[in-house]
Design a protein around this ligand. Structure first.
Ligand SMILES: Cc1cc2nc3c(=O)[nH]c(=O)nc-3n(C[C@H](O)[C@H](O)[C@H](O)COP(=O)(O)O)c2cc1C
Length: 206
């Protein structure tokens, strides 16, 4: 199933085609592809030599480990247990070299996650990121130390069939994707003043 981004401006295929599905095929992700995903995350840009990202990883090849990581998901994200690969992205909140707070830690882990997501797309995989997991449970189960913040879980796999999902999820899966317009997010001169660059050149001016 495709749900391409509708954009009046051309977009790279990886960006246009990316979306967050909940249906996954019953097919493992090859270990070399998992390493490519992690390498993509590793090569994300970072602020002040922070490299604040770490990942806990579990595949269905290790059912006990997988069950442990999956047990952190909230009920609303139980669909993610069907994915063959789960990750938990963790952010180091302070710089290792001086122990000062890294104001951009979450930002940089987000960049690493998006690198991972786009690399996944390039390899025919899909990713669904999730905030819905039990933070304290993850901390405890995986002995995540103070100063490391469990941030996002990621379900990864090959695309599945919408018919494999239970009915309520099928509706969500096929719902249209939407975004606020450029004019609501692109300003110039002062906050809230729409930049002329945000105006769609294909629209007739009034
Ligand atoms: C940090 C983050 C947390 C998210 N948490 C959840 C979640 O807990 N459950 C869920 O079903 N989707 C979650 N999503 C997916 C978003 O709902 C999805 O990205 C958004 O609706 C836009 O849809 P798209 O990714 O298909 O463009 C999350 C996405 C991000 C980036």
């Amino acid at each position: 199933m495709r749900k391409p981004a509708e954009s009046p401006s051309p977009l790279h295929e990886l960006i246009r085609e990316r979306w967050s599905p909940r249906a996954f095929a019953e097919r493992s992700v090859e270990p070399d592809k998992i390493r490519s995903l992690l390498e993509a995350a590793r090569w994300a840009p970072f602020s002040s030599n922070g490299q604040p990202w770490s990942y806990l990883v579990a595949t269905k090849e290790e059912p006990e480990e997988f069950a442990r990581l999956a047990s952190c998901l909230v009920d609303g994200n139980a669909w993610a247990k069907r994915a063959p690969l789960l990750l938990l992205a963790v952010a180091a909140t302070h710089f290792a070299h001086n122990d000062k707070p890294n104001r951009h830690a979450f930002h940089d882990v987000g960049l690493a996650n998006e690198n991972l997501v786009l690399q996944a797309g390039a390899m025919g995989l899909v990713v669904h990121q999730m905030a819905g997991f039990q933070l304290d449970r993850a901390r405890e189960l995986f002995e995540i130390p103070h100063g490391q913040e469990p941030l996002t879980m990621l379900a990864v796999g090959y695309p599945g069939e919408i018919d494999d999902l239970p009915e309520p999820l099928r509706v969500r899966e096929s719902a249209p994707r939407s975004r606020k317009p450029l004019a609501e997010m692109t300003f110039s001169r002062k906050w809230g003043n729409v930049s002329p660059l945000a105006k769609d050149p294909t629209m007739k001016s009034e």
